[in-house]
Design a protein around this ligand. Structure first.
Ligand code: HEC
Length: 228
């Protein structure tokens, strides 16, 4: 493998965006919430026989095999990609259909669960993945308590976009902005190790380098905050 591409791939393992592995998620709380959610879900499912969205690590693969929308990617685990695209492309905003998958970077996913699964998050389940050449591993999943490595809570950050945009932040939907631009997210998409060889564009090297530096600064800052 070309050393630059290898570097990009290696970088993927180390660097992800705002939502990498976290330090402080309580797995127990996550499990409890998941249990509650599935209990609610099964009650609803038995009542209305809603199709269940089955999710395991095989549900996720190369981000570039999904359908691009502006700067992010979408899919639908129930096969209804047309409805997902219709929601994503609605200029007025829309509620995404069950089974929708949305990703900006390889390691972070939002999946629209069965209607009524978890009303507070609009039925979105948040995932953080560990990705490498052999596939995806689910590091964290949940509804209101999944955190990223900067102690940022997925739900808390995305909730301002609840009205109108169904929790999808993009730009200008009311979410607190993240210090990661689309040059960086594009570079991460083009170097998703699950896709095989990276397909870098001009500037990707620099974008990933800047991102790595920011991650280091973020970690250093956290370390200081913990000390004092
Ligand atoms: C600090 C706030 C913040 C946190 C924490 C955060 N996000 Fe986001 N997220 C954003 C913003 C802002 C965008 C839009 C970025 C852009 O396109 O410029 C975004 C984009 C996304 C997108 C693409 C669709 C969209 O909303 O634009 C997905 C999917 C996503 N985030 C999932 C997650 C997951 C999963 C987590 C937790 C592991 C998470 N996010 C944590 C702020 C956050």
């Amino acid at each position: 493998m070309n050393p630059t591409f290898k570097y990009l791939n290696n970088m993927m393992a180390i660097v992800t965006i705002c939502c990498l592995s976290s330090f402080s998620v309580s797995a127990e709380t996550g499990e409890e919430n998941e249990k509650k959610a599935s209990a609610i879900s099964s009650t609803i499912n038995s009542a209305s026989e809603t199709t269940v969205v089955e999710i395991d690590e095989d549900s996720f693969s190369c981000i570039r095999d999904m359908t691009p929308v502006r700067h992010f990617y979408v899919d639908n685990l129930l096969g209804d990609i047309d409805s997902t695209l219709a929601a994503a492309n609605n200029p007025e905003g829309a509620v995404y259909p069950t089974g929708s998958v949305v990703q900006l970077v390889p390691t972070e996913v939002m999946v629209k669960r069965e209607s009524g699964t978890f009303p507070a998050t609009g039925d979105w389940e948040f995932f953080e993945l560990i990705v490498n050449e052999s596939g995806s591993k689910i590091n964290k999943r949940g509804f209101v308590d999944v955190m990223n490595r900067f102690d940022g809570n997925c739900f808390t950050c995305h909730v301002p976009a609840k009205e109108k945009w169904d929790f999808i932040c993009e730009s200008g939907h009311g979410c607190e902005s993240i210090p990661i631009d689309h040059a960086m997210t594009g570079a991460l998409q083009r170097s998703d190790p699950r896709c095989g060889e990276a397909v870098p564009e001009d500037g990707d090297w620099m974008a990933l380098f800047k991102l790595k530096t920011m991650v280091s600064i973020g970690l250093t800052k956290k370390w200081f905050e913990d000390l004092f």
